[in-house]
Ligand binder design. Structure first.
Ligand SMILES: Cc1cc2nc3c(=O)[nH]c(=O)nc-3n(C[C@H](O)[C@H](O)[C@H](O)COP(=O)(O)O)c2cc1C
Length: 498
């Protein structure tokens, strides 16, 4: 048994109960039948395998506890947002919608709150549940937490999957919240992988350029809304904490980190403060990744040297391990990215966009389908190009397909039908080269990765009816009953279609 120092509960004077308490979210999930508790699963591979099986069936959230060899109260939650109900719960949209309707509602919500974020700056508080246990200096021991070994070929336990990193830009003072994986390397060091172009990477380089270590807070368990925003391409310069506050309708309470000065969410389950320095590296990986491969391999990555650990009594680690899709975070990441790409198209002035779907099977990045109501020559190509070059859609995409508005972009049968019958491979596929990719791309050979040739090509596929033929009205009509006939038939023959 690992020793666990339980601190005394902290009394926090709050006018209203916090909207960011993970345990309140868990009770709500339980109330809607979306929580199962699992005792005695082994954090070494078994927990990961259960999580993988649960993701394939888009199951409920799983709260694991009672790990042999760990303090009995220490827990891990996975499957936080595998379906409409739990993602809706996180986003404050609790009606029973289908996925495209939920995607539309989330897009609308993000658009509406964008102008309101100024009303939701973080709120500094003196204390909070995360400070129930404080450990510093040589007492730090990250091995007390049941960090799972998620996949058989992983290079070690990953304490951070459903985590968020908090960095502050030293030039602008902007705070970024980003999700980047974290391998536990020792009692007081963790390894990170932050892809080139991601804000955590850009910000830490600014400190390193001044020969300074980069301060960071990493939160390993929190209300899943932090993970949603940390793992989504919120536009540069937008304060993610303010977005989180605006979505929840409450400012995020934070405690000023005693060591880094960075904001620590007061309701976090587990948080660390630490520093990363340029050239302070250790082998990281391999790790089962969201593309469905161990493509990043094992290589030296930046360490974070942990200076303090804070955690609630009986802390709950939030896990979100990827693997061959469908995986633990593919659903929420596809919904969010689809909503954000659609919003980017709107902001870029592309009219007539009916829907966007970034496929889960494509690792929620590599395959995007945009449906449009064609309005002019070139409209389809314009939409498809913006969808894969806007910030939300650019990284690692490989196929951008544009279809007419009678096609549901999230329905593979619809999309394959459009591709098969409305596109001519010789004329309707264009290739973009040297686009934004990263070391996790399984199609970039290791030698190219070593040479930092971290780019890929992508196909722009126009699977809309050819615009000139739409104008000429010579494209054949679709062979299906009209909606009016179908409705009338369903009504008359209701017993047959129950
Ligand atoms: C569960 C999860 C794990 C992720 N892991 C990583 C990672 O290890 N490294 C990385 O660079 N991006 C990772 N991402 C993607 C980034 O979090 C995402 O692109 C985010 O928008 C980056 O934020 P930023 O643009 O502010 O840097 C992950 C996303 C999720 C949802």
């Amino acid at each position: 048994m690992v020793a666990h120092t339980s601190g005394s509960p902290v009394k926090v004077a709050r006018a209203t109960p916090s909207a960011f308490d993970f345990r309140v979210w868990i009770e709500k999930a339980r109330a809607i039948g979306q929580l199962r508790e699992v005792e005695n699963a082994d954090p070494h591979l078994e927990l990961g395998a259960i999580t993988e099986l649960n993701a394939k069936r888009r199951g409920p959230a799983l709260l694991f506890g009672g790990f042999p060899g760990y303090h009995p109260g220490f827990r891990v939650l996975t499957g936080a947002m595998l379906n409409v109900r739990t993602l809706g719960l996180t986003m404050g949209i609790e009606e029973n919608l289908d996925t495209m309707a939920l995607t539309g509602r989330i897009g609308e919500k993000l658009r509406l709150i964008e102008s309101k974020t100024a009303d939701y700056p973080i709120e500094y508080v003196g204390d909070g549940p995360v400070m129930e246990n404080k450990v510093a200096a040589e007492d730090i021991d990250l091995t007390i937490f049941p960090a799972p070994m998620w996949h058989e070929l992983d290079g070690g336990p990953y304490i951070g999957t459903g985590c968020v990193h908090i960095h502050k830009d030293p030039e602008t003072g902007w705070t970024n919240v980003g999700t980047y994986r974290v391998q536990r390397q020792s009692k007081n060091t963790v390894g990170t992988f932050i892809s080139g172009g991601h804000h955590g990477n850009i910000i830490r380089q600014k400190y390193w350029d001044k020969n300074e270590p980069c301060p960071v807070v990493i939160v390993f368990g929190s209300h899943p809304l932090f993970l949603v925003m940390g793992g989504s391409e919120v536009p540069t310069g937008v304060d993610e904490f303010a977005w989180i506050g605006a979505i929840a309708g409450q400012r995020v309470p934070v405690i000023r980190g005693p060591i880094t000065g960075l904001p620590i969410p007061a309701d976090a389950e587990i948080a660390i403060e630490g520093f990363s320095s340029q050239g302070d590296l250790q082998e990281e990986g391999p790790f089962g990744e969201f593309t469905g491969y161990y493509a990043g391999g094992r290589k030296p990555e930046t360490l974070v040297r942990v200076k303090a650990v804070y955690y609630r009594n009986d802390p709950i680690l939030l896990g979100a391990p990827p693997c061959r899709p469908l995986h633990d975070y593919s659903y929420f990441a596809s919904v969010l990215r689809s909503a954000l790409v659609k919003e980017s198209l709107r902001k870029a002035g592309i009219p007539g966009v009916k829907g966007v779907w970034v496929s889960e099977a494509g690792g929620n990045r590599l395959w995007v389908v945009t449906s449009i109501q064609q309005q002019y020559a070139g409209h389809a190509a314009q939409a498809a190009n913006v969808a894969v070059q806007c910030r939300a859609g650019a990284l690692m995409n490989r196929y951008s397909i544009v279809v007419d508005d009678d096609i549901d972009p999230s329905n593979s049968d619809d999309v394959i039908w459009a591709l098969s019958t409305r596109s001519d491979p010789a004329t309707d596929i264009d290739i973009l080269r040297q686009c934004w990719s990263n070391p996790l791309d399984p199609m970039i050979p290791p030698a190219e990765k070593d040479r930092k040739r971290l780019w890929n090509s992508r196909a722009i596929i126009n699977a809309c009816r050819p615009w000139d033929r739409v104008q000429a009205k010579d494209f054949p009509p679709v062979a299906e009953a009209t909606p009016t006939l179908l409705e009338a038939t369903k009504k008359k023959w209701a017993w047959l279609f129950k």
